[in-house]
Write a protein that binds this ligand. Structure first.
Ligand SMILES: Cc1cc2nc3c(=O)[nH]c(=O)nc-3n(C[C@H](O)[C@H](O)[C@H](O)COP(=O)(O)O)c2cc1C
Ligand code: SF4
Ligand code: SF4
Length: 442
């Protein structure tokens, strides 16, 4: 029997599905509606000295038929008075005592941190999240990502918060930094109980071709916004992995955020070490109801694999995520086309000939347009299988027999790596490439 309940750094919730601090958590009405729909926790829209927002606020990257593949905003923290939010927090906790209500906070001085932490604790929150991530507006005022990008400052504020707080403290990190482990370690050393990531990525999503202003446009002008949605999931997962593999940071729980939309996304984040997940854009796009698919899918996955709780599989992908230098250089795959599935569209030929290694031959038989792989030229890059529009039409077949194994690290230790520009230990030695002038004949 699957049990989805979690204890995240002391914050208990009926499931790991949390709403990220954002417009869907702007009010008690929305959070109660979300809990009714099945969400286990919510991080309240960031509280602080209320702001004045602009209009418009959002931009989108629509990719072919997919709207909001990437999403961008220039919204700030809450623009509602603190007293209104506190009253609604209290009310939500009255109706949902077993759900996780976490207050996201962003203020400036130590005095303000102490005061607002006291206020939200009195309202009954189960935890607080320190917002060191907002990459627009608030950072110009010395808050948000301005703190997240300065590990020493971040550590000091985490220490202030830990001194003041009775409830668990989560530190939310900005991805707008070269090494996520720098602020991650600072948060850990400052005593944070947990880390959440990622906040949004500094971005410009497009330029209007009539006014030459960036979206979203505010009276003819724009500014960089924060990017999120499905497009940022790979960046978020990589940063999560960096923290989850760190010997010290990995001792505290991690809440995964960034592009999560389906149960599969949830499982992937858990496999990389997250033990709660947070969602913003997908809810803004499709509403609170998406949690039903997440819940059913996660339960079915755990049933099939025989897992009782999410802790049974949290982090299980981490040992398989290694450094490039530890990958097996002897492992060899090549592409294989299934003639029964091929529709003769030519996409694989074009991709391989123009963008890869000239390892696909077109059919000269006009009645049978199925291309063929030139095995000796194929480097096993995957490109053709990725562009092929027919599922499983091109598969990658293993060609080595698995007996030999050598990595770049091992070859380096054995002094067996190319060291000069024309070294005959180069990987491409002897590999077929057409003559440059062959291009003129095709
Ligand atoms: C319109 C909008 C407003 C947001 N406001 C906040 C905020 O007040 N505090 C915060 O910590 N994160 C804020 N975020 C960031 C989200 O909580 C989340 O970290 C980010 O959107 C990535 O998750 P997603 O890909 O599921 O949207 C906001 C995001 C959006 C789109
Ligand atoms: S795997 Fe790469 S090299 Fe091989 S046929 Fe496909 S695109 Fe060409
Ligand atoms: S891309 Fe796929 S379907 Fe199209 S020709 Fe190549 S193998 Fe056939």
């Amino acid at each position: 029997m699957v049990d989805l309940s979690i204890n995240f750094a002391g914050i208990k919730a009926p499931n790991p599905f949390w709403l990220a601090s954002a417009p869907p958590t702007n009010s008690g009405y929305q959070i109660m509606k979300a809990f009714e729909a099945g969400w286990g926790g919510a991080v309240w829209k960031t509280l602080g000295i209320p702001v004045v927002n602009v209009s418009s606020r959002y931009g989108s990257v629509n990719y072919r038929d997919t709207r909001m593949m990437g999403f961008n905003n220039i919204e700030l923290i809450t623009d509602r008075p603190l007293a209104d939010n506190l009253r609604e927090i209290e009310e939500v906790k009255k109706y949902f005592p077993n759900h996780a209500v976490i207050a996201s906070l962003m203020v400036e001085t130590r005095k303000e941190w102490i005061q607002i932490i006291k206020d939200v604790e009195n309202a009954g929150v189960d935890g607080i999240e320190l917002n060191f991530g907002c990459p627009h507006g608030m950072c110009e005022r010395g808050m948000g990502s301005a703190v997240g990008q300065e590990p020493e400052v971040l550590k000091t504020i985490v220490e202030w918060a830990k001194d003041a707080a009775k409830v668990p403290v989560i530190t939310k990190l900005t991805p707008n930094i070269s090494h996520i482990t720098d602020p991650g370690l600072a948060a850990y050393q400052g005593g944070t109980d947990a880390i959440s990531l990622i906040n949004t990525i500094k971005s410009i999503v497009g330029i209007d071709l009539d006014t030459y202003a960036p979206y979203p446009i505010v009276d003819g002008k724009g500014t960089n916004g924060g990017y999120c949605g499905p497009a940022v999931k790979p960046i978020a997962m990589n940063m999560l992995k960096d923290l989850a593999q760190h010997p010290e940071i990995s001792k505290i729980p991690l809440s995964g955020i960034g592009g999560i939309e389906t149960w599969r996304d949830v499982v992937e984040f858990i496999l990389l070490g997250a033990t709660s997940i947070q969602v913003c854009t997908a809810v803004m796009h499709y509403g609170f109801g998406i949690v039903r698919e997440m819940d059913a899918g996660l339960r079915a996955f755990m049933d099939t694999k025989g897992y009782h709780t999410i802790y049974d599989f949290a982090g299980l992908a981490l040992p398989n995520v290694t450094e490039w230098k530890h990958l097996d250089l002897k492992y060899k795959v090549i592409a294989a086309i299934n003639p029964d599935k091929c529709i003769g569209c030519d996409l694989c030929y074009i991709a391989c000939d123009d963008g890869a290694h000239q390892a696909i031959a077109r059919s000269i038989d006009l009645k049978n347009r199925i291309p063929s792989i030139i095995e000796e030229n194929c480097v096993g890059c995957n490109l053709c299988s990725l562009v092929c529009p027919v599922e499983n039409c091109i598969t990658m077949l293993r060609k080595d027999d698995g007996t030999a194994h050598v990595t770049w690290a091992e070859r380096t230790n054995a002094d067996d790596i190319p060291t000069s520009f024309n070294d005959n230990r180069a990987g491409g030695i002897g590999h077929f490439v057409p003559k440059p002038t062959d291009a003129l004949k095709s």
